[in-house]
Design a protein around this ligand. Structure first.
Ligand code: ADP
Length: 643
């Protein structure tokens, strides 16, 4: 019979499994048991509404059967099974949530290479069977069908699908275990005791019994007619044992949900290679009774920011998985939180559509939202490094969520939001900023820059820092918008260091500044004329201390926004519209030696003064992190002044 070929990607994965040097090959068992458990979950769900299933919860099981003589290990379940088409599409191609390529790329990005990491970090599902088996035979009968089909493959040269027979729905996987090779002990996977300990290690919490006929020995009973010289003896017998405790972690008393157990559970259940940053347990009795176990992942799922991303919690009711990704159990902004909710208070007969509207889910969601926030705030307070990491991964989502619908949810998120700061902590919540505010400090200051270090170096920041005040960095246009939407923190308003009145000024100071501007009017007009359209206005600055020059803006578009629009238009290939450029204001420091030099040149040598004006303009661009229109011309200009 002609062999069918694997899809290219699957073939690569398969090759990788067959030739794997991975040391923890034993995880194949975890993967196959987890598939079996998923399949049973599906049929158990169907059984709720369909009497024809004919099985009750206690009938479901996963069977392990090692056979040393035949060198086979059989894993059998009475779950939903697979049709012929499903066998082909599920086992002939990779049906994993992320593709192999993505996984390899990620493993490489994380600085590691090769099969070891892909296998170790992500688990690889069904194909992991080929790490320990040189032939795999899958016989399956889908629930509701009276046909059974057999899929078989000895590796990368392809697979066959043939008609077969099976008494009832479910899947039976026979692994033909490889011969021992140098340094590789495959025999162990035929040993009952190894299998027993592997189930304990990886699959203890599987909610259906994993059964195995254990061969045991016992002392023979003394026959009634045996004489005094009876020596006794041993006999073997088999006993069917359930290898796993079956109590899922979330159903256990709180003191048994240790950080280690939680991390292990999280990794195997949600397929993450990294430990979670934290976890949340709930055991609530009241208007709605439920148990929950949620996790705060250390990194964002790769598709979090795509349209395809589907978040949600697993919803169990009376031990049956009702929904794999129940969105209604989480607010939008925590949609990346994985976990499990188990409650008897949602009616099992309602359809999945109806489920969305039940009041119980809303009660649970509101409770969980508070608990997640509290846990995050705890991490923020006790482990700032870890929170910084969390913020890098999920901050964007939280920021956008706080801005969505004109800030409708901002108060739920306010305390979680972080900003880069000139304070030594590097990253701060607004509340912490306020708690550090100096005596007499009126505002929360911010400056637009790529990072906090740059924000601190801006000429216009100098006077604010000199007062001992801290400056937040708005690294992107959405940060500025976010501050606008938040409005204030503990009664303190936000103030850009660019504002003329960022620091309170006395009447005398104001008058002096006005006089300075008047005195310099001819010079300022000259500079404006020299620069033409490049700037909207030229002014004497009230905000500079030692620096000679800075660039600020007037009107709604800031320099940060302009940079953002430019980036966007480069990505989309569209022109930057006129309304998307900032109106630039060149500010000169009348107290600086450079200003004095400009003034002198203006009085004696207009050509030189024009050159000075252009140099100052270019410097202002550079300081603001903006590109020079013509860097070579700028270099020539500076050199021409060195004569
Ligand atoms: P994953 O389980 O991550 O989807 P696998 O490669 O392990 O990836 O399995 C691919 C698919 O094959 C599963 O999604 C499931 O639909 C199907 N499958 C695997 N094992 C079984 C089983 N024992 N019973 C029913 N379907 C199964």
């Amino acid at each position: 019979m002609a062999k069918k070929q694997f899809k290219a990607e699957s073939k690569r994965l398969l090759d990788m499994m067959i030739n794997s040097i991975y040391t923890h090959k034993e995880i194949f068992l975890r993967e196959l048991i987890s598939n079996a458990s998923d399949a049973i979950d599906k049929l158990a769900y169907a059984a709720l509404t369909d009497d024809k299933v004919g099985l009750s919860r206690s009938d479901f099981a996963i069977w392990l059967t090692p056979d040393k003589d035949a060198r086979t290990l059989t894993i059998e379940d009475n779950g939903i099974g697979m049709t012929r088409e499903e066998l082909e599409s599920n086992l002939g191609t990779i049906a994993k949530s992320g593709s192999l390529k993505f996984k390899e790329e990620l493993a490489e990005k994380e600085g590691e290479k090769g099969d070891v990491d892909v296998i170790g970090q992500f688990g690889v599902g069904f194909y992991s069977a080929f790490m320990v088996a040189d032939k795999v035979t899958v016989t399956s009968r889908a629930y509701g069908s009276d046909e059974a089909w057999q899929w078989e493959s000895s590796g990368a040269d392809g697979y066959t699908v043939t008609e077969s027979a099976k008494e009832s729905a479910g899947t039976k996987i026979v692994l033909h275990i490889k011969e021992n090779a140098e340094g590789e002990d495959y025999d162990q996977f035929l040993s009952q005791y190894t299998l027993q300990s592997l189930v304990k290690k990886y699959s203890d919490y599987v909610r259906f019994p994993i059964k195995m006929a254990m061969e045991k020995s016992r002392q023979t009973e003394k026959p009634a007619d045996a004489g005094d010289d009876w020596k006794g003896g041993w006999e073997t017998y088999t006993e069917i044992e359930t290898l796993n405790s079956m109590v899922p972690l979330w159903q256990r008393p709180k003191n048994e949900i240790t950080p280690e157990a939680a991390a292990e559970f999280y990794k195997s259940k949600f397929g993450d290679y990294e430990e979670p940053l934290g976890y949340i347990t709930a055991n609530v009795e009241g208007a709605v009774t439920y148990k929950a176990l949620l996790f705060i992942p250390a990194h964002a799922p790769f598709d979090l920011y795509t349209r395809d991303y589907q978040g949600g919690l697993q919803l169990y009711s009376s031990g049956v998985l009702i929904m794999d990704k129940c969105k209604e159990l989480l607010p939008e902004w925590f949609r990346f939180i994985p976990g499990v909710v188990d409650t008897q208070d949602v009616s099992l007969n309602i359809s999945r559509e109806m489920l969305q509207h039940t009041r119980q889910l809303e009660v649970i969601r509101n409770n969980l939202e508070k608990k997640i926030r509290a846990e995050l705030l705890k991490i923020q307070k006790d482990k700032p490094q870890e929170y910084a990491r969390f913020w890098r991964e999920f901050g964007l989502l939280l920021k956008y969520s706080a801005m969505n619908s004109y800030g409708a949810n901002k108060e739920n998120l306010r305390e979680l939001l972080m900003f880069p700061t000139t304070h030594e902590s590097g990253l701060t919540s607004l509340k912490d900023y306020v708690s550090r505010m100096a005596e007499g400090q009126e505002y929360i200051y911010y400056a637009a820059a790529d990072d906090a270090a740059q924000a601190g170096k801006l000429p216009q920041s100098e006077r604010v820092l000199a007062k001992g005040y801290e400056i937040l960095c708005t690294a992107s246009s959405e940060d500025e918008l976010l501050l606008q939407i938040l409005g204030e923190q503990d009664g303190k308003k936000f103030k850009s260091v660019n504002d003329d009145d960022a620091l309170p000024q006395s009447d005398e100071e104001k008058q002096a500044a006005e006089k300075q501007a008047e005195d310099a009017k001819a010079l300022l007009d000259f500079v404006k004329e020299t620069l033409g359209d490049k700037v909207h206005a030229v002014r004497t600055s009230r905000k500079l201390v030692s620096h000679p020059v800075c660039m600020t803006t007037e009107g709604p578009v800031t320099l940060e926004m302009e940079k953002y629009f430019k980036q966007q238009s480069q990505l989309s290939g569209m022109e930057v519209g006129a309304g998307m450029t900032a109106q630039r204001v060149l500010e000169l420091n009348p107290a600086s030696p450079a200003f004095a030099a400009l003034q002198r040149a203006f009085e004696t040598d207009k050509d030189k003064a024009a050159k000075y004006a252009r140099v100052l303009y270019c410097q202002a661009l550079l300081i603001a992190g903006l590109p020079l229109e013509d860097p070579a011309a700028y270099a020539d200009l500076v050199c021409s002044l060195m004569d």
